[in-house]
Ligand binder design. Structure first.
Ligand SMILES: Cc1ncc(C[n+]2csc(CCOP(=O)(O)OP(=O)(O)O)c2C)c(N)n1
Ligand SMILES: [Mg+2]
Length: 649
């Protein structure tokens, strides 16, 4: 038995006032007295713990939660990756001021959480993960599920978490909790550093006892800071913008996390600057004619047209991923300058931007004062170009939403019905598949529905557990939590629906059923891939061809969802879908509505480029043509020289 008293570490912890606890018990007690404070609002930072128990944690953390988790609910995950997605959903619903912890058993239980950790880290969302680890004392090695690295003795499977985490530690002595847990809380609550916080817990260490100082368990409040940018950067950024004739704002997720929506709207209106939106920023721009909507590969034609000629791009809180910048080909004005307002210096410097490092709301407000004092505003001519661009967007939207003769209902029509029925009290959660384009490009955010995109890691399977996590964070919110996914995503990870039933938490999942990975084949066909669809349709293996080109697979998603305890509808027409939506609002528990749509009907493209790894040689003419066309697009990619501060005087 591992028994460790304070004296063992040779330090005087400064007090005789101690609590003898196991590591697991101490973690549970510590987490229950940690609070966050954002704009004066205080709440529990880690509200509970998701877990799946195996030999690695069933007598460790499970015992700790059971004995000391007074106000610390345990949610029973059905897959470890999903637990992390639920924690992400919880964090999103809490504007990053609260999250859930997750405990997993050793080996596969823990490594199952890696994709979840990557999703949290790419999206800059706080999650606290406790993967169980191999036995520290090594007496019985190799233990069940141990990798056994032959020459790096301290490595375990959990080291795979390192590149996808913002904080990583392995506890090998109970006293390490005294520094590790406060550091973990600091990272969770720091808007710059936040992401997956991973604290590996060897099995025997979870049960190891220690005399923890009483003061370790004193309630603590972690202030989520609004860091103002330095005055010099605001002044110089204002000077750069002041000289712009055709500026464009990009609203990223940082607008939402900083609660800067109103300040952004004021900034846009006061100076006549159009606003475009990223995925995480969808719905955070102003409800006005100056909001040109989605930007980039899945953007509106209007937004991309304005971007093409923009002479000053003002980004607010975005990581500027390639879908948004069309792989650095979107901004073609040779004189384009970039200003980037971001709390993270790393992001603020991207694409040679002039950095304004600080909280988005504070920076926008300070910049507005400088620009107002300078009497800045865009010209009538530019605003009329923006109005024309909006008209072009509307025309494409009208075309895309029509009923196409002889076809089933389209995904776009389904989304429009949902759009019309959704209210400002509802939330919509999505992250992968063709619905990403459908919502980014065609969803009208003026109904005020909160939209939560996960399109940084675009992890299929994120959506249902994230919807549940969102609901766990806001159990009494009056609106519905809608989850929008494809059939491929449903097949990958539907099982957190069982947890939703178990917890009596309602989410309404809309599944676009088009029998395959229909957003993938256009890439294959157009970009030099196999030159035809390959492996993206749900079809039986053909008898003679030996390929997956036989009969379309029969599986019943609504029946599957019903078997897990959900109310479920299968719909094939817009009328049926609309009626099912109305019914789903009335039921108490989780609901699933399947919309069987025309498989190959998508929205109109916008001609923008997106880089992928095309084959540079092939004997097939189709592939050669696709690659040649793709390389023309690569010629549009640009290097953007650094935007520097204007010379003084
Ligand atoms: C975990 C994971 N695996 C693979 C991918 C790559 N991928 C992106 S979309 C997609 C197909 C999605 O299919 P479905 O959910 O049916 O949506 P559809 O394309 O039919 O709209 C795939 C395989 C991914 N994003 N995430
Ligand atoms: Mg599909």
């Amino acid at each position: 038995m591992t028994s460790t008293a304070a004296a063992d570490i040779g330090t005087d912890v400064g007090t005789k006032n101690v609590r003898r606890r196991t590591v697991a018990q101490a973690i549970v007690e510590y987490l229950q007295v940690q609070y966050s404070e954002l704009d004066g609002e205080r709440r529990r930072l880690v509200a509970g713990m998701y877990g799946i128990f195996g030999h690695g944690n069933s007598v460790g953390l499970a015992q700790g939660i059971d004995e000391y988790g007074v106000d610390f609910p345990h949610y029973q995950g059905k897959n470890e990756q999903s637990m992390v997605h639920a924690a992400i959903g919880f964090a999103k619903a809490s504007n990053r001021a609260a999250t859930l912890a997750c405990t997993a058993s050793a080996g596969p239980g823990s490594t199952n959480m890696i994709s979840g950790a990557a999703t949290a880290t790419t999206n800059r969302l706080p999650v606290l993960l406790f993967p169980a680890d191999i036995i520290n004392n090594r007496f019985g090695d190799p233990v069940l599920q141990q990798i056994e690295h032959p020459v790096e003795r301290d490595v375990s499977a959990n080291d795979c978490f390192r590149p996808v985490s913002r904080y990583f530690d392995r506890i090998t002595h109970p006293a390490q909790l005294l520094s590790t847990l406060p550091e973990a809380m600091r990272v969770l609550t720091d808007p710059v550093e936040t992401g997956a916080v991973v604290v590996c817990l060897p099995q025997d260490i979870q049960g190891a006892e220690f005399d923890f100082p009483e003061s370790f368990f004193t309630p603590r409040v972690w202030h989520i800071r609004r860091r103002p940018a330095v005055e010099d950067e605001i002044r110089d950024a204002a000077e750069i913008i002041r000289n712009a004739q055709r500026p464009l704002l990009i609203a990223g997720g940082g607008v939402r996390y900083s609660k800067a929506q109103e300040e952004l709207a004021r900034f846009s209106t006061e100076f006549g600057i159009p606003v475009s939106e990223t995925f995480a920023g969808k719905g955070s721009g102003p409800i006005s004619e100056l909001n040109v909507g989605a930007l980039g590969v899945t953007g509106t034609v209007g937004a991309n047209e304005i971007a093409d000629g923009a002479d000053c791009v003002i980004t607010v809180g975005s990581r500027l991923q390639d879908f948004i910048t069309a792989s650095h080909s979107l901004f073609q004005n040779p004189d384009v300058k970039f200003v980037h307002l971001n709390v993270s210096s790393f992001d603020a410097h991207k694409m040679g931007s002039f950095p304004v490092v600080g909280d988005a709301r504070l920076s926008l407000s300070a910049l507005r004062e400088w620009l107002a004092a300078a009497g800045y505003g865009t010209s009538e001519a530019f605003r009329s170009d923006v109005a024309d661009a909006q008209k072009a967007t509307r025309e494409v939207r009208k075309h895309d939403l029509q009923a196409f003769p002889g076809e089933k209902m389209s995904q776009a029509q389904v989304i429009e019905v949902l759009n019309k029925q959704a209210t400002s009290e509802d939330a919509l959660i999505l992250g992968s598949g063709g619905v990403v384009e459908g919502i980014h490009k065609a969803w009208d955010p003026s109904n005020g529905t909160e939209i939560h995109f996960e399109y940084a890691n675009s992890c299929m399977g994120h959506e249902i557990p994230a919807g549940l996590g969102y609901r766990l964070a806001r159990p009494d919110a009056p609106g519905e939590v809608f989850v929008l996914i494809g059939d491929g995503t449903y097949l990958m990870q539907p099982t957190e629906l069982v947890t939703a039933v178990q917890e009596r938490k309602k989410i309404i999942t809309v599944v676009i059923d088009n029998r395959g990975h229909q957003c993938i084949w256009p890439l294959q066909v157009s970009k030099g891939g196999p030159g035809r669809e390959f492996g993206t349709q749900y079809r039986e293996r053909g008898n003679t061809s030996g390929r997956l080109d036989g009969a379309v697979l029969e599986f019943d998603i609504a029946a599957n969802a019903a078997s897990m305890g959900c109310a479920a509808w299968s719909t094939t027409t817009i009328e049926e879908f609309s009626a099912a939506l109305t019914e789903a609002r009335k039921v108490e528990g989780p609901a699933v509505i399947v919309a069987k749509v025309e498989p190959w009907r998508y929205l109109s493209g916008n001609g923008s480029f997106w880089d992928v790894g095309v084959p540079m040689t092939s004997q097939r003419p189709g592939s050669q043509e696709g690659t040649a066309k793709h390389l023309e697009g690569r010629a549009r990619q640009r290097y953007y020289a650094a935007t520097t501060a204007p010379e003084a005087g």
